[in-house]
Write a protein that binds this ligand. Structure first.
Ligand code: ADP
Ligand code: MG
Length: 401
């Protein structure tokens, strides 16, 4: 072969045309659409790509397929090499070369200053806790005093507590939001410095006391005593008290009875694990907050992968955003599977060639468990590998449930 760029441009566009028919659309758009010929010498075709990430990926996953497509088009056996380069001809914004950093805000958006009612997604699992929280924030010291919210970890207690504080502060009320740890430290320091009167005054003068994670009162007898008096002061003057705990009061046996009974004077509301629709809505909300466009298939993948805490959802989304930023590739299902380690060896196979058995064995291999284990129900529960296999069967093989 000689260096004849126009001709090789034609060969490359024909190759791309062929590949476009053979591989999933999202893969094509992510990895190949914006590639171009840099030069061609001695049967080596050098292709420009937008980032080293794309180049690595193409090398690892598609090189053979690409080379055979080139051969099919040109009838010449050609080696294909990928190099990071800017395409001078088409500096347009495409998924592969868009400057993500310029359009996306940093990921650190999931922080406490963003915990408000308007970005809390309400579903069947949390609607009691949500509506009672909203109610105490708008009418503090009313029927639900104290409000006791409990749930497993990462299901939104702190988010709701912060939302109450946020709304009440906006209504010019003075709020003491403290973790049980802070409360304990302050109280112990007050005793040591003989300033319990100041401590008491500070808490008594607040419009609301919001105390997070009261399970940490375990073993802190003196602090419980301090909280008992604070509680009485506030409650007597119709000031709102909100408590969060990792379990129902019935199971909080380490707290002194007289304190525990007060905790149940108002309303006890739980938050359950969210349903898939709520999870999907949360993913969308978080992506929107981070100003990241996200597609429906990626949303449902993230919602499906959840096992017990919303923090996991956020963690996976963060991982995806980071991947997208360092690779310069916009988020899509392809990238998501890669980022979340779901990228399988079946990748280069045309979809019709992947049988359900292939799929199961790939998932089994990924989780390092046996095929039988995926195929059998374990004590009536669906395990994560089973969920993933079902998801892939539905999404990729378009199998029925
Ligand atoms: P907990 O205090 O129960 O351990 P958090 O309130 O810290 O849980 O929630 C963990 C993460 O999940 C937070 O980033 C929070 O914003 C998010 N989260 C939980 N539930 C929801 C929801 N319903 N809508 C939006 N985000 C949620
Ligand atoms: Mg919390």
């Amino acid at each position: 072969m000689t260096q004849n760029i126009p001709e090789h441009n034609n060969i490359w566009s024909a190759t791309l045309g062929l590949l476009e028919m053979k591989i999933p659309k999202a893969s094509f758009e992510t990895w190949l659409k914006d590639t171009f010929v840099l030069n061609s010498k001695n049967n080596v075709l050098t292709i420009g790509v937008s980032s080293s990430f794309v180049s690595e990926w193409l090398n690892k996953k598609m090189k053979t397929q690409i080379e055979s497509a080139v051969k099919e088009v040109s009838s010449i056996k050609t080696k294909v090499v990928f190099t990071v380069a800017k395409n001078r001809e088409t500096p347009t914004k495409t998924p592969a070369n868009i400057d993500i950093k310029a359009t996306k805000k940093p990921v650190s958006k999931f922080n406490k200053s963003n915990y408000r009612f308007d970005n809390f997604v309400v579903g069947e699992s949390n609607k009691l806790a949500y509506s009672s929280a909203l109610s105490v924030a708008t009418e503090p010291g009313g029927r639900f005093n104290p409000l006791f919210i409990y749930s497993g970890v990462g299901l939104g207690k702190t988010h709701l507590l912060q939302s109450i504080a946020d709304l009440m502060r906006k209504n010019s009320q003075s709020i003491l939001y403290v973790t049980t740890e802070q409360f304990t430290n302050e109280f112990v320091t007050a005793i040591q410095k003989r300033k319990t009167d100041e401590f008491r005054a500070k808490y008594r003068n607040a419009d609301a006391l919001i105390l997070d994670d009261i399970q940490f009162l375990q073993g802190k007898e003196q602090t419980q005593e301090g909280l008992f008096h604070t509680f009485n002061d506030l409650h007597d003057s119709n000031k709102q008290i909100v408590l969060a705990c990792d379990r129902h009061p019935q199971y909080v046996d380490f707290i002194h009875d007289r304190l525990l009974s007060r905790f149940q004077w108002g309303l006890v509301a739980d938050i359950q694990s969210p349903e898939i629709e709520t999870r999907a809505a949360i993913v969308l909300k978080k992506a929107e907050q981070a100003n990241i466009p996200i597609t429906e298939d990626v949303t449902s993948l993230l919602a499906t992968l959840y096992t017990h805490s919303i923090r996991e959802l956020e963690g996976n989304l963060n991982k995806l955003i980071a991947y997208s930023e360092f690779s310069g590739v916009n988020i899509n299902l392809d990238l998501a599977k890669l980022a979340l380690g779901l990228d399988t060896e079946s990748y280069n196979l045309p979809i019709t060639e992947v049988s359900p058995e292939d799929l199961i064995s790939i998932v089994a291999k990924y989780y390092k468990i046996s095929v039988e284990k995926i195929q059998t129900k374990q004590s009536g529960r669906v395990s994560e590998p089973q969920k993933v296999a079902m998801y892939l069967a539905l999404e990729i093989l378009k199998l029925r449930y």
